[in-house]
Design a binder for this molecule. Structure first.
Ligand SMILES: C[S@@+](CC[C@H](N)C(=O)[O-])C[C@H]1O[C@@H](n2cnc3c(N)ncnc32)[C@H](O)[C@@H]1O
Length: 327
């Protein structure tokens, strides 16, 4: 699903985004993504002996410089961060990310690399409990001040490295990092409970395709639902029937497979997986379609109902007898 809303455009090509010369008179959003990508490129390209041209060198040095901690600390777009510099997400993108993740009261939202706290604060304003994890202690103080000024109480900011932090209890993860960092986080995210919602400003998760993308005039907000790990071989017990066997191949949220009901084998049709919700159709021994629909976890347990073409349902439980290759 895509939608479009107007915000100022970002640099149109990667080449432009990665150009080291940054003119501060250009629009801040354009500079933002250019900074994230360009600075990462400049630092990755840096030869160990330090033969960088002047501007990337200055930018790279900025990466390793922590500004002094004072009460009057003023953040600078592009300032040092551990793995990525600080560039704030515009409010319209924050809103879009939280809308896509359907953030609501009762959710626990964690922003990885929280910056000035705007995403966590916006989530808390929607009634969620929010946590921002941020490496730069000055930014943590700033985010806490911003939360006090906004009058929100159900938000906390913690100084720490996102790669050393436990955020496994979150219902929603938000991030504005870099493609490489998203890919480093990907296996950690995929281990989170099925159904965990993930929203990223601008950057993808590599080959784990987004479930939804919203385009905002050159910027994008991307959204994923953590799928249950369902790949492998399964045996189901359907009430009033014998055992039904099926195998599932999984690539992130995409599944396919085949089933065996009595002597009849055939493909799983209409296979769907969204978080811990699964459904597919298997033909029974008489060749009649039977729709399995239910819930599934990471640990090889599935249960739900099997419904025939006449709408008659009966319960089933299934267990995984052999685990498939991970995504
Ligand atoms: C691009 S900014 C995004 C800030 C905020 N999430 C937003 O969207 O407005 C990335 C933030 O991540 C922080 N950061 C970088 N590496 C980090 C790490 N390993 N652990 C925690 N925070 C980190 C930076 O200091 C910076 O504030």
């Amino acid at each position: 699903m895509t939608a479009a809303r107007r915000v100022r455009p970002v640099a149109s090509t990667l080449a432009e985004q990665c150009r080291p010369r940054i003119t501060w008179q250009r629009s801040l959003p354009a500079v933002g993504v250019a900074l994230l990508l360009g600075l990462a490129a400049a630092v990755q390209a840096a030869p160990p002996q330090g033969a960088l041209p002047a501007e990337p060198l200055l930018l790279a040095q900025a990466l390793n410089t922590t500004p002094p901690r004072t009460e009057s600390f003023e953040p600078q777009v592009g300032q040092a961060g551990k793995d990525v510099v600080w560039v704030p997400t515009p409010e319209v993108v924050v809103d879009s990310m939280l809308d896509m993740a359907k953030v609501k009261a009762g959710d626990f939202v964690v922003d990885l690399g929280a910056g000035d706290g705007r995403i966590a604060i916006a989530a808390a304003k929607r009634g969620a409990r929010a946590l921002g994890i941020e490496y730069n202690p000055n930014m943590v103080e700033l985010a806490r001040r911003n939360a006090r000024q906004a009058g929100v109480k159900n938000v906390e900011f913690r100084q720490g490295d996102i790669f050393q932090s436990d955020f496994s209890q979150a219902d929603v993860i938000t991030l504005y990092l870099l493609p490489t960092l998203n890919e480093r986080l990907r296996p950690i995210l995929l281990d989170m409970k099925p159904g965990t919602r993930v929203a990223s400003h601008q950057f993808t998760m590599g080959e784990w395709q987004a479930d939804q993308t919203t385009n905002l005039d050159g910027r994008q907000a991307l959204f994923w639902i953590v799928p249950a790990k369902v790949g492998g071989e399964w045996t189901a017990q359907v009430q009033g029937e014998g055992a039904v066997r099926f195998s599932i191949e999984q690539k992130y949220q995409k599944i396919s497979g085949e089933g065996a009901w009595g002597d009849r084998r055939g493909p799983l049709t209409e296979p769907q997986l969204s978080g811990g919700q699964i459904s597919f159709v298997v033909n029974d021994g008489g060749g009649k379609p039977q729709r399995f629909a239910g819930t599934v976890d990471h640990n090889g347990r599935m249960s739900g109902t099997v419904t025939d073409a006449q709408g008659r349902s009966r319960p089933f439980t299934a267990t995984r007898t052999k685990t498939g290759a991970p995504s």
